[in-house]
Design a protein around this ligand. Structure first.
Ligand code: ME8
Length: 536
């Protein structure tokens, strides 16, 4: 049939799944926002987006925390998983498609299936594990990666967490066999991980040689059971092994894509386009995960974006320092869109960054209230007062008009390139650079003087300004869904049905398909209202 809308291209992205052994903190919020902005951008840009987030509920750390609280691991997981989901839903307006829990029934099926496939490839064998394990990090360390401190205890040098000597029967994954294939992947897919400095750390680690990985545990039972060995695998049946929590956790990305139902509609989302993770878990995602997938004969994710850590005024967050701030407190204090904007505007996504009350308020007042809010409010009020609340009719353009309109028109291409590499910081920097130009233009043109001297010229200046605000508002929807859609409402632009769900603000998004649909002179505008309040 003719006139059929073309198939939209699938785009699958994920956050790390959080350990629900505690409450969500602002570091988690940072990752959720940094992924949500990408999901929203791709939806507005016409992609068929699937966005997965959730909680990582098994493992020794969960079991120990639950024991300390006198509840079961599942009770602990259920309580805190709900707290994470509430932050997504009620605090941050995260537009995920599925909130996965690793205790979900379909996840067990996926994990046992990937295990069977790795076993069928001859990559799993039973042996004895003896080494240092950090429960806090849920990972093994070589003796040379640990040190004994003055208190007589042994710690992992890299993460500073205590390690304990662990000796048990364990299944192993032949990670040592994957060095060459991993290096080949890194060579042929230079965009597989970013930023480059963190990718280089991964490459150097793999170049230094890989040891086989212990992937099951017998000393506790809070995990997914290892399936019975396949005939001919040479492995003997053991009942008491649960999977190492990272095999379980990483596989959530496949569960979300419908695995093992590879002929299902949902599996169109595999391979993932983007895994967003923090810098402390890059080895798991850039080394173990592709090796597991290669072993299981599955396609590899296209990209792993490794973001930095968010610290409190340059200090690392920790409960003992008393500076763990909850996302809800932040949002209540500054407003959601100011928080989202701050997190993405203040420092590049791949870098570490810090926050303080002053820096958040600075962004909110200077960038939002002044540069964007005032420009919109001043131009819209002039139109309401002097032009019968209708979009002005522009006359002939001067070179100054044209320069601003052209620069605004070019923003989408810049943003596409920047979002393509998760450089939200640069996309916003360019956008606010243009707003600086627009404010200078408005001040130079003095439309409030033209009102008496040259009303036709005033109409042109106001039209050019509103067109600039329109482009900016369209483009910042992923970052500030509530405020941007309010601004688009004030410009009289109708929501487009297929650009994603309605946000918490109740306003519908406008897709980038309307990028070049300029404001129509003469169409009426609603009464202007301020959209970006100052923080007093
Ligand atoms: O690592 N700033 O869970 P998690 C920025 N379950 N990001 C931070 C941060 C901070 N201060 N603190 C933590 C886990 N993160 C595993 C993941 S994925 C298959 C399993 C990030 O709750 C951290 O880097 O400790 C990770 O990406 C995410 O928050 C969840 O951390």
């Amino acid at each position: 049939p003719q006139n059929q809308t073309p198939e939209r291209e699938p785009y699958y992205l994920t956050t790390a799944i959080s350990y629900p052994n505690g409450e969500p903190h602002i570091g988690h919020a940072y990752e959720f926002v940094g992924t949500d902005v990408m999901a929203r951008f791709q939806r507005l840009d016409g992609k068929d987006v699937y966005f997965l987030t959730g909680t990582d509920e098994h493992g020794q750390k969960m079991q120990q925390t639950a024991q300390a609280e006198g509840i079961t691991a599942l009770e602990l997981a259920t309580r805190n998983s709900a707290a994470f989901k509430a932050v997504d839903d009620e605090v941050l307006d995260i537009s995920y498609d599925r909130f996965i829990r690793t205790t979900d029934a379909d996840h067990t099926v996926a994990v046992q299936e990937i295990w069977r496939r790795m076993e069928a490839s001859g990559d799993i064998y039973l042996d004895q594990y003896a080494g240092w394990y950090s429960v806090r990090d849920e990972r093994f360390f070589g003796e040379d990666e640990t040190e004994v401190r003055p208190d007589g205890k042994r710690y992992a040098t890299e993460t500073g967490t205590e390690v304990t000597w662990t000796e048990e029967e364990s299944y192993f994954f032949r990670l040592s066999q994957y060095q060459d294939r991993l290096l080949e992947l890194y060579r042929t897919s230079p965009d597989f991980a970013a930023p480059q400095s963190r990718f280089n750390e991964v490459i150097r680690f793999v170049e230094s040689g890989l040891e086989d990985l212990s992937i099951s545990r017998t000393s506790f039972d809070w995990g997914i059971e290892v399936p019975a060995p396949a005939e001919g695998s040479g492995n003997r049946p053991t009942q008491d092994h649960v999977m190492y929590v990272w095999v379980d956790a990483l596989t959530n990305y496949l569960t979300g894509a419908g695995f093992p139902a590879e002929d299902s509609e949902q599996f169109r989302f595999w391979p993932a386009d983007l895994h967003v993770i923090g810098k402390d878990i890059s080895r798991f995602h850039c080394i173990f995960w592709p090796a597991f997938l290669m072993s299981a004969g599955l396609e590899l994710p296209r990209r792993v974006m490794i973001h930095g850590f968010l610290n409190n005024n340059g200090e690392k967050m920790s409960k003992s320092l008393g500076n763990v701030v909850g996302p809800a407190e932040w949002v209540e204090h500054y407003g959601l869109d100011a928080v989202r904007f701050f997190l993405l505007r203040e420092f590049p996504f791949g870098a570490d960054g810090s926050y303080s009350h002053e820096t958040v308020v600075g962004r909110k007042n200077a960038d939002l209230a002044n540069n964007l809010g005032n420009l919109a409010q001043r131009s819209l009020s002039m139109v309401a007062k002097n032009l019968d609340a209708a979009v002005p009719q522009p006359g002939e353009y001067t070179s100054a008009d044209r320069a601003l309109l052209d620069a605004a028109a070019g923003l989408l291409d810049t943003a596409r390139a920047d979002y393509g590499v998760q450089d939200y910081h640069h996309a916003l920097e360019v956008t606010w650079g243009l707003l600086g130009d627009a404010n200078a233009y408005f001040a130079e043109q003095q439309p409030w003087v033209l009102r008496k001297t040259d009303p036709a010229r005033m109409a042109t200046v106001l039209y050019v300004t509103l067109e600039t605000v329109r482009r900016v508002a369209l483009l910042v929807q992923p970052v500030m869904p509530g405020s941007a859609t309010k601004l688009l409402d004030l410009l009289g632009i109708a929501p487009s049905g297929d650009a994603g769900r309605t946000g918490a603000s109740g306003a519908g998004p406008r897709s980038f398909a309307g990028w070049d649909e300029a404001l129509v002179p003469g169409s009426s505008l609603p009464a202007p209202q301020p959209v970006f309040p100052r923080h007093e």
